[in-house]
Design a protein. Structure first.
Length: 139
């Protein structure tokens, strides 16, 4: 790595900004997501030799969780859970493709506000034992 560019919400923002104004102008350019918290977590995968990452990105009022995984059983349903060591919340369900990959799955939740510290990918649909959906931030 040579240098980190603080570009805002996501790297694709550079593509959208290119040639959007005359070279001497910053008119219509914004600071979308610049300075907001991001965190990359290693994805824990249950019952599989799979591996992946969860990128958690702070957005105004909510967080975006982006999951990618490889080496999973092909064409299977998985559920991602956010956890803090004592409780878990189902974030989303997704299917691995025929190659055993999940290229990109997105969910929106209150990840940082609930002080979650991990993301676990488990085979199957969400179980009733966990909290479900987007838990509101706890006081």
């Amino acid at each position: 790595m040579i240098k980190t560019l603080h570009i805002g919400q996501s790297p694709m923002a550079l593509v959208y900004v290119a040639r959007s104004t005359p070279a001497t102008s910053t008119h219509n350019l914004g600071r979308q997501g610049l300075g907001m918290r991001t965190q990359i977590l290693a994805l824990r995968v249950s019952d599989s030799s799979g591996q992946g990452t969860a990128l958690i990105r702070e957005l105004p009022g909510i967080n975006e969780v982006t999951i990618g995984a490889t080496r999973l059983p092909p064409s299977r349903q998985f559920t991602a859970y956010a956890g803090d060591g004592t409780r878990t919340t189902a974030l989303m369900s997704m299917m691995s493709n025929r190659f055993g990959n999940i290229d990109e799955a997105l969910s929106y939740s209150y990840f940082f506000a609930n002080r979650y510290t991990s993301v676990v990918l488990k085979p199957g649909a969400p179980s009733g034992e966990q909290e479900s959906g987007m838990a509101m931030p706890q006081a």
